[in-house]
Design a protein around this ligand. Structure first.
Ligand SMILES: [Zn+2]
Length: 283
């Protein structure tokens, strides 16, 4: 049995897998005021209850913030407090009674979609999570491309508006600042889901989104781009204008394909990726 954990800024989910089959799943809203202590108590409580009748041989975690993969440490969470340098793997390994491995949720979601979802058969794959924040992951031949220091794929902090508003990272006009759910809500006083019902809003929204994705296409020439996270659930209302805008933006001589699709695993991309991550470490 594999334990999979997805820790996000607005919710967290846990699942137990028997082979490729999800046999148990629990999801709760994140209490951001409760910070790390609240979250770790929740995780310990759920795992403790599951261990009454399940035995885990490994555990994978997708964390919603930068992770130093080599050191297996959370760098920080920009949305929830108290995580800096916390040894989450050690804590979960203790609770689950099994070896535990962690990566940031975008890399883990990328693995999930590449192996079990909309990215199957498409390599290299670029995955972007469009949610409370924005993250990116690159998978080639079933392996995450992390870069030299495990910070590869961070599309959220690409500059799309150099004189735009300040991002939580301190820079101006990052893709995340312009397009993520947290800032859409703060800037417009309405949720991303509501805003994306408005076709005129979407036409403007996809301009910045396409600027970010253009960089991924020009740098990586991915076989496919899969977009997950809550905002991607807008479906064709988002994806049709986004593909059109990308078609206009890609450099004229480039024949790089524009194959951009929503995630197939919906809320479970990261959980399936955590399954794959745990297995890759057990091998
Ligand atoms: Zn930023």
């Amino acid at each position: 049995m594999i334990l999979a954990i997805d820790i996000g800024g607005t919710k967290f989910s846990m699942a137990a897998f028997d082979g490729d089959r999800m046999v148990r799943r629990e999801s709760r809203a994140t209490d951001s005021a409760g910070g790390r202590e609240w979250m770790t108590a929740q995780i310990a409580g759920i795992v403790g209850a599951w261990r009454a009748d399940l035995r885990f041989e490994g555990c994978g975690i997708g964390f919603g913030g930068p992770v130093n993969f080599a050191a297996q440490r959370v760098v920080l969470s920009t949305h929830v407090g108290g995580w800096r340098d916390f040894d989450l793997c050690d804590f979960v390994a203790d609770a689950a009674g099994a070896p535990t491995v962690m990566d940031n949720d975008a890399n883990v979601g990328a693995m999930g979609e590449a192996l079990y979802g909309a990215g199957r058969g498409a390599s290299p794959l670029f995955y972007m999570t469009l949610s409370t924040g924005i993250g990116g992951g690159i998978v080639e031949d079933g392996r995450v491309w992390r870069g030299a220091d495990s910070y590869g794929g961070e599309i959220g902090h690409l500059t799309v508006r150099p004189d735009g508003p300040e991002c939580l990272c301190g820079a101006r006009g990052c893709l995340e600042r312009m397009c993520c759910g947290l800032w859409l809500q703060r800037d417009h006083g309405r949720s991303a889901a509501e805003l994306l019902m408005d076709a005129a809003f979407v036409r403007e929204y996809v301009v910045d989104l396409a600027l970010g994705l253009k960089a991924a296409i020009m740098l990586l020439n991915p076989a496919r781009i899969v977009i997950g996270g809550g905002i991607s659930k807008a479906g064709d209302r988002l994806f049709v204008p986004l593909r059109e805008e990308l078609g206009r933006r890609i450099t004229a001589w480039s024949k790089a394909r524009v194959d951009v699709v929503p995630a197939a695993l919906s809320d479970d991309s990261v959980l399936f990726g955590a399954l794959a991550l745990a297995r890759s470490q057990l091998r």
